[in-house]
Design a binder for this molecule. Structure first.
Ligand code: COA
Ligand code: MG
Length: 309
């Protein structure tokens, strides 16, 4: 799978923003039909997203769209109309407020049915947005509900509302978390999501940071997600993409460190040893696993071209 560091959300009805998003450096784009679209524009947004998808050229970032929740009058129609009309252009569909594996079964079967009707299977993945207490409680079953599930996405604002956590900034997206709780307020929820995703071999994606003029805050929030094992983070404004890409890209220092570890482990193996010391630190097979991951990430991003150090 290609790197999915930055995922830019674009309101479905804002045509002007679609071109801007497609010209950006985002690894993925989500055309949103849910919370960034007012009720009266839901139909137009669907039409606009289809039109954009139909007219897009080749070599695009990963393309996705977010339907409305399945307990609204819009969700099933979003899925049906967009997938029927432009499903071949889509890498995935984001399903918001997934509360139950049944939500995933429904989406999976709809996609399968549309493929059958068109005489050719559709290879659209599902990204399950976990943003309620119920969803987090059911996350393991949700992640395993279909082979199409390719990512779990954390929905921070809705999750906060769902568990009755206080609103501490205007946007509700990730500010002042360290002030209100020792450590990180969403450590458990995000770690639970990451653990479940990785146990299933799929991506874990963090929520967006709402204060888009606060780059330092975005760096902190993205670093936290990266430290916990997330593969990427949503962006809600193009100005956030470079920062997110940078945080989720192994630095030259990270790559050099990984190379040192892999080389030392290789030398240790030849000398018949499992653990060795380098610069006063123990390196064993667990360290090698971490280093190999950095190496693979760097290779996927074409920062290096050798198979291993
Ligand atoms: N995708 C693509 N282009 C975007 C964009 C986005 N998400 N957000 C802003 N832009 C564009 C604007 O259209 C503007 O383009 P222009 O210079 O050609 O006029 C430029 O970037 C600068 O925008 P700016 O004036 O700084 O922002 P704004 O005040 O117009 O909008 C938001 C701010 C937050 C309303 C807007 O960024 C937005 O709608 N973001 C996405 C919201 C979303 O998807 N929410 C659901 C997921 S949580
Ligand atoms: Mg939400």
């Amino acid at each position: 799978m290609l790197p999915r560091r930055s995922i830019l959300s674009v309101p479905g009805h804002m045509e002007k923003m679609h071109a801007k998003a497609l010209a950006s450096e985002a690894d993925a784009i989500i055309f949103d039909l849910e919370d960034s679209v007012p009720l009266e524009a839901k139909k137009d947004a669907r039409r606009q997203v289809i039109q954009t998808l139909e007219t897009i050229g080749e070599n695009t970032p990963h393309l996705s769209f977010r339907i409305n929740a399945l307990d609204t009058p819009f969700g099933y129609r979003d899925l049906l109309e967009v997938v029927e009309a432009a499903g071949r252009r889509l890498g995935s569909v984001v399903v918001p407020k997934v509360n139950h594996p049944g939500d995933i079964h429904f989406v999976d079967r709809m996609i399968r049915g549309i493929g059958l009707a068109q005489g050719k299977p559709l290879s659209i993945g599902i990204e399950a947005s976990i943003e309620t207490a119920q969803g987090l409680e059911q996350v393991k079953k949700i992640a395993r509900a279909s082979r199409r599930v390719q990512a779990l996405v954390f929905g921070i604002a809705d999750y906060s509302a769902s568990v009755g956590a206080r609103l501490v900034s205007l946007s509700g997206h990730g500010e002042k978390e360290e002030d209100i709780y020792p450590g990180h307020r969403w450590h458990f929820a995000l770690s639970r999501l990451v653990m479940t995703a990785k146990a299933r071999g799929i991506l874990a994606i963090d929520a967006p940071y709402g204060y888009f003029k606060d780059d330092a805050g975005l760096v902190r929030s993205a670093r936290m997600a990266c430290a916990l094992g997330c593969d990427g983070k949503w962006a809600i404004h193009p100005a956030q993409i470079d920062t997110i890409n940078r945080v989720f890209t192994p630095s030259a220092e990270d790559i050099e460190r990984a190379q040192k570890v892999l080389a030392a482990a290789d030398a240790a193996r030849i000398a018949g040893r499992g653990a060795v010391a380098v610069e006063g630190r123990m390196i064993d097979q667990a360290t090698v696993g971490l280093a190999r991951r950095v190496w693979e990430q760097a290779r996927a991003l074409k920062l290096i071209d050798t198979p291993e150090a």
